[in-house]
Design a binder for this molecule. Structure first.
Ligand code: PLP
Length: 294
């Protein structure tokens, strides 16, 4: 695939300029390329509006702080860049990808002094999950969580996540559910919710999960609607005996997992709690599109 035919991306933002994708060039000595030394975000755009932007910018700020980088742009500048990218794509349903790397320097593990970060962003059409995945749910497999101990940082170094997702695909599944010391952490690129006896349970925040923006929204919606929701360690036994299991992410939204390691989850069909939560989520999203929620 050539740069120019990348997913309908009309222009990208690179270090202050808006360019056609084929004209965006980064040095081979960029620390993002050489070390995976950078962080990223993915922000959904619904009805041309940036969904939960302040939450994504807060998480970006946290990721940058944890890798000891200064945020290269203030929040209003980030917003301007994203809004321009949305405009260039013609609005609608998009996802923004952005990444910040430490920048270009001779290869040395230690941080070089006075380095300029590389800032890259683009908007592309949002690919929703096919309707049959929502109607029937998807399959997942469990896998040992082989990642590092700072999964709270949204790092661009995603080799372990890519290996785990591919492991799932190779077994005919859509996602890998990661297990560390007998406890479910999250998916290769999603957070995991379990439903048991009418209660939602999801992993607590900490170094072993990415604090998903969709995860937080689901917890918020549950609390606002008197749906019991615990942020507690999910033991593998709880996953295996769950009535329902969901994965959440900005682009997959809330997707039922109906088979795990070849066994049905609960009835083997998306459950009533998913139907309720997804309806509440869609209601929130609709209000957001109409400017009635942020
Ligand atoms: N966990 C991991 C490892 C992820 O990569 C992602 C998103 O890609 C998520 C969780 C979900 O986060 P969000 O809801 O902010 O998209």
């Amino acid at each position: 695939m050539t740069d120019g035919s990348m997913n309908g991306i009309r222009q990208v933002y690179l270090n202050g300029a808006f360019l056609p994708p084929a004209e965006a060039r980064v040095s081979a000595f960029d620390r993002g390329f050489v070390f995976g030394d950078g962080v990223y975000e993915v922000i959904p755009v619904f009805g041309g509006r940036l969904f939960r932007l302040p939450h994504h910018l807060t998480r970006l700020g946290n990721s940058l702080r944890e890798i000891r980088m200064t945020n290269p742009l203030p929040a209003d500048e980030w917003r301007r860049v994203f809004e321009r990218l949305v405009e260039i794509q013609g609005g609608g349903e998009l996802s923004i990808y952005l990444q910040v790397t430490r920048g270009v320097a001779p290869r040395d593990h230690a941080f070089p002094p006075n380095i300029t970060p590389t800032v890259f962003a683009y908007a592309q059409p949002l690919k929703y999950s096919p309707p049959e995945e929502l109607a029937q749910g998807v399959a997942a497999v469990t896998a040992a969580d082989i990642r590092w101990q700072r999964c709270d940082i949204k790092a661009i170094a995603l080799l372990a996540n890519a290996l785990l997702r591919q492991q799932a695909i190779d077994q005919g599944a859509a996602e890998a559910i990661l297990v560390r010391d007998g406890v479910v952490t999250e998916g290769a690129a999603s957070n995991i919710f379990v439903v048991k006896s009418g209660r939602l349970v999801t992993a607590p925040k900490g170094p072993f999960i990415l604090p998903g923006i969709t995860r937080d929204l689901v917890v918020e919606i549950a609390r606002a609607n008197s749906i019991a929701c615990d942020e507690l360690p999910v033991k593998i036994e709880m996953l295996r005996s769950a009535d329902e299991v969901w994965l959440t992410s900005s682009t997959k939204e809330i997707l039922p997992i109906t088979r795990i390691d070849g066994q049905p989850v609960g009835s083997g069909k998306p459950g009533p709690m998913h139907a309720r939560m997804f309806a509440l989520y869609k209601e929130y999203k609709q209000a957001f599109i109409q400017g009635k929620a942020d």
